[in-house]
Design a protein around this ligand. Structure first.
Ligand SMILES: Cc1cc2nc3c(=O)[nH]c(=O)nc-3n(C[C@H](O)[C@H](O)[C@H](O)COP(=O)(O)O)c2cc1C
Length: 391
């Protein structure tokens, strides 16, 4: 059967649902092993839920593990000291109303964004620790990696004015993480939204990150893999300068997640869509060219993509720039009619569309690459894209 017809059939008939697993099916039918890794931790596939409102309770985590995601990053908890005080307490707010809207990028491309004024985990820190522990148990039987996420206050060293918050929060997270088979933590540090003053600049932010990451490492047991989700500074030039200036910081990390949403000072909210993915892809392009020219690595070996991944095709756009996993938030919030088939659970419906949509899905995009570069035999997603594939 011609490959296009086969993908069309798989899309319409959802045959993978009767196979032992999505991964078995795709390997057997298309010769793609979906395995990859996050910071060196093996994952069965590259699809992840990004930290946020869709990973803040065990029902959501269970649905994602059952639905077949490779990993879930849990809602970000805000650091605090033992007494419960936090310099970032303004972030511990809940704002349940989220508005899923269409958004037109500067290029005219139409995408989706979620307008929302909330911030971090709004319940107690203790309840977060319990949530993390239960989530680990839900992930194990489905081979779904669960990663808590934490926001620490930025500072300029060498003295840490928030030492008690670092010690208490990271101490407690480090302890609960020992209950995971593969302990990993993602930091989310968002200076763009943290202050009311002028937008942070690249040099100052890179310096702050240096202190924060070194200090975090000191507080965490050595067996914990550490990732950092990078935010987006105000302009492309500043963002590029930050990624360049941070080379010495990134090499202390097991992975870097690129990059969180853009910020609109006028509206006071962050947003996504194609402006976000165009920004992230352009930054990756510039950095990769620079690495090629100088022969020196700027980015760590494991890069996780985030930002407007609403199709397998977009994941491949990031992958050919060396991102071997994708973290999605907005796509899992779209009106249900946006997924071609309702397979009972939103995660399952979304994953089917992301994998098998005949035009935009991952299988179709990978097969297009196979054809373009005359690739033969079995290929492993993570290994193939580690250095950007055969671009
Ligand atoms: C409503 C909402 C809440 C979010 N909360 C968090 C969070 O707590 N921690 C975090 O690291 N990122 C958070 N994000 C960012 C997402 O994890 C994701 O990286 C970003 O939205 C880009 O992906 P997307 O274009 O697929 O939405 C949030 C995003 C949205 C839309």
């Amino acid at each position: 059967m011609k490959i296009n017809r086969q993908i069309e059939r798989d899309y319409q008939e959802q045959l993978w649902l009767t196979a032992p697993s999505l991964e078995d099916y795709v390997l057997e039918q298309y010769g793609w092993d979906l395995s990859t890794n996050l910071g060196g931790i093996r994952l069965k596939n590259p699809w992840g839920k990004a930290a946020g409102q869709l990973s803040l309770n065990t029902t959501q985590v269970d649905r994602d593990a059952q639905g077949g995601l490779g990993f879930v990053i849990l809602k970000t908890v805000i650091a605090q000291d033992e007494q419960g005080s936090s310099v970032q307490s303004a972030w511990m707010v809940d704002a349940p109303r989220m508005l899923v809207e269409k958004i037109t990028a500067q290029t005219g491309e139409q995408g989706w964004t979620v307008s929302w004024k909330g911030r971090g985990w709004s319940e107690s820190f203790q309840s977060y620790l319990e949530f993390v522990e239960t989530s680990f148990k839900l992930g194990v039987p489905k081979d779904c990696l669960i990663v808590p996420s934490c926001q620490l206050p930025l500072y300029r060293g060498p003295e840490n004015p928030h030492a008690e918050e670092y010690a208490y929060t990271l101490g407690a997270l480090g302890k609960v993480l020992q209950k995971a088979d593969q302990p990993a933590l993602e930091l989310d540090l968002s200076p763009t939204l943290l202050k009311d003053g002028p937008p942070p600049c690249a040099q100052e932010t890179a310096e702050q990150l240096h202190w924060v990451i070194s200090e975090t490492r000191q507080h965490l047991p050595d067996n914990i893999k550490l990732g950092l989700k990078l935010f987006n500074l105000q302009s492309f030039a500043e963002q590029l300068a930050l990624v360049q200036a941070g080379a010495q910081v990134w090499n202390q990390l097991d992975w870097l997640t690129l990059a969180n949403r853009l910020f609109s000072p006028e509206r006071g909210i962050s947003y996504g869509g194609y402006d976000l993915s165009n920004r992230n892809l352009a930054v990756l392009d510039s950095i990769r060219s620079e690495e090629e020219e100088s022969g020196e690595q700027i980015l760590p070996p494991s890069i996780s993509a985030t930002g407007n991944i609403c199709s397998g095709r977009m994941l491949v756009e990031y992958a050919i720039r060396g991102c071997t996993t994708g973290q999605l938030h907005t796509y899992f919030q779209l009106p249900k009619g946006e997924y071609g088939y309702d397979l009972g659970s939103r995660t399952l419906s979304a994953l089917h569309e992301l994998m098998f949509n005949p035009k935009e899905g991952l299988v179709a995009s990978l097969e297009a690459l196979r054809k373009q570069f005359g690739l033969e035999g079995e290929l492993e997603f993570g290994k193939f894209f580690e250095k950007g594939g055969n671009k």
